[in-house]
Design a protein around this ligand. Sequence first.
Ligand code: SF4
Length: 245
Amino acid sequence: MTNLAEIFSAPFNWCDRRCERCPLSRDCPVWRADSQRRWVNAAHGGDPDDWDVVPEDVAEDMRAALGQLLDIAAAEGIDLDTPLPPARIVLDAVKLRRAGTALATSIAELGESVAPAAKRDELVRTATVLGLKATRIASYLSDVRPSDAWDADAVPNVLLVELLIRQVREGLVLTPAGEPAMRALEELNRIIEPLLARLDRPRALLGKLVERRCAFAVLYRRIEMKLDLSRPIGTSHRRGTGRAQ
Ligand code: SF4
């Protein structure tokens, strides 16, 4: 298995590129490079959000990524002109994608039945991230991917999905109109559970990595504490104690 401590410490391997909301941006080289480019644009009197500028920045990143891929392919003797084998249809991958989409859609449709608005917004945001992560994980169920790709991307995301499922369930449990969303959530959970059962080692590693201030482990612990996983679902926090009321 790949060095998980190394992978977990490089959040840009497994994140969703939601940099504006990212608690890890301060230590992230991707964010630093992006901020630096914006700064240079602004220093030259430009607007980094100008739609004449943004596509060229994206194109520059794509060119750099493509160059790296070509170098790796050449180094590993991979012929990029070889046609890909036909994609295998994996039922769980199809169901996981569908469940992610169904969840995000049904939560968006709940509208004002979830109150207050701040709770609704949080629920929609969390379900959207969960839906995206489900789609991402599904791609590992459909393709024959090397194990280091599974470790680098799927493992941290499956662990995060477990927490996100819990978070969405918390938001839905007291929402009478939330039944369709809850069904989609449980379908998603049913597919994720066997994947989680394969992650005993990374899970056991998380405690040690928190002490080493590893980015993923710290983020995971922060979400875990926010959810207070020892607490029965549907009970609320007593502010400041983290205990169930
Ligand atoms: S700041 Fe880095 S880790 Fe955070 S979302 Fe952006 S690329 Fe990912």
